[in-house]
Design a protein around this ligand. Structure first.
Ligand code: ZN
Length: 283
């Protein structure tokens, strides 16, 4: 396992961690100033600015883009809306290419409103990813399917385990051409009895393209916006990273914390300082 002490250059900050308090240029400056080597921006920030100038700034600061967040949901109640999602995601893949992002993060969505067809939602997601993968390959962008915790199956992602994500990669890319993988986010998969097995499988199949850290608080007060800072919850962060890196992962360690009532209320520089300390001491 790589030591993280004095190695913030392999660590990245997902800008959601900072609560979108600042415009993207100021956020990037703060992340670089705090010593991190990477950033994972969101489309809302990039689309509010100018993708070319953001890309230029990122390069000038010497930052790497560990991921670009995130896809418009694939699941849709009509063919027309399905195709609109595809078009929207193609644009975002172009932006990911411009930013030099290590991956474009895919969230599938749940069954469309009014539908109870979970299997149908999964099939629709597979079709969308297969279509987008063709575009991603032509742009040199890697797609990262991010399985979410099953508590989000109804509204954010019908893809809920690493095994399901990896199976999907094999179905879409059976010859392992690349540009398709999974994001391992500890918040979503820490509970999975097959976690170690699937991390080893994912690395052996060369599919793990991102690693996101935060912590699971007990109790958790909000399903979406109450993630913990690393070390404040129950996730065995060092054990998971040891498995991941023991299996060959060499990508960034990205902090991704949605915390409406705690970290989002703090000063950006303070949050970055605590992230740096916890990455080096508990991850
Ligand atoms: Zn994540």
């Amino acid at each position: 396992m790589r030591p993280l002490q004095g190695a913030l250059e392999i660590c990245s900050i997902n800008t959601a961690t900072l609560g979108y308090q600042l415009p993207i240029d100021k956020t990037l400056d703060a992340i670089a100033r705090a010593g991190f080597g990477g950033v994972a921006p969101w489309r809302r920030e990039i689309e509010a600015a100018n993708v070319k100038s953001v890309a230029t700034q990122i390069r000038a600061l010497g930052l790497r883009v560990s991921g670009y967040c995130r896809s418009t949901y694939f699941t849709a109640p009509s063919r027309e809306k399905f195709l609109a999602s595809i078009a929207d995601n193609r644009n975002a893949i172009d932006q990911a290419a411009e930013l030099g992002a290590a991956c474009y993060v895919l969230l599938a969505g749940g069954p469309p409103e009014g539908s109870k067809d979970l299997a149908g939602a999964r099939e629709q997601s597979a079709q969308a990813i297969a279509i987008l993968w063709e575009h991603a390959k032509s742009c040199g962008v890697t797609l990262a399917i991010e399985p979410l915790h099953p508590m989000y199956a109804a509204d954010r992602s019908c893809i809920v385990t690493l095994e399901q994500g990896l199976d999907l990669c094999e179905r879409i890319d059976p010859r392992r051409e690349g540009f398709l993988g999974v994001a391992v986010d500890v918040y979503h998969c820490w509970w999975d009895p097959k976690l170690s097995e699937m991390i080893r499988r994912g690395c052996a199949e060369n599919r793990v393209v991102a690693y996101h850290v935060s912590d699971w608080l007990v109790p958790t007060r909000d399903m979406l916006l109450d993630r913990g800072m690393m070390g404040d919850g129950v996730i065995e962060l060092q054990k998971i990273r040891a498995t991941l890196e023991g299996a060959g992962y060499i990508g960034a360690v990205e902090v991704e914390i949605f915390s409406q009532h705690n970290w989002w209320r703090r000063d950006v520089d303070e949050t970055l300082e605590v992230c740096a300390e916890r990455l080096q001491s508990t991850c």
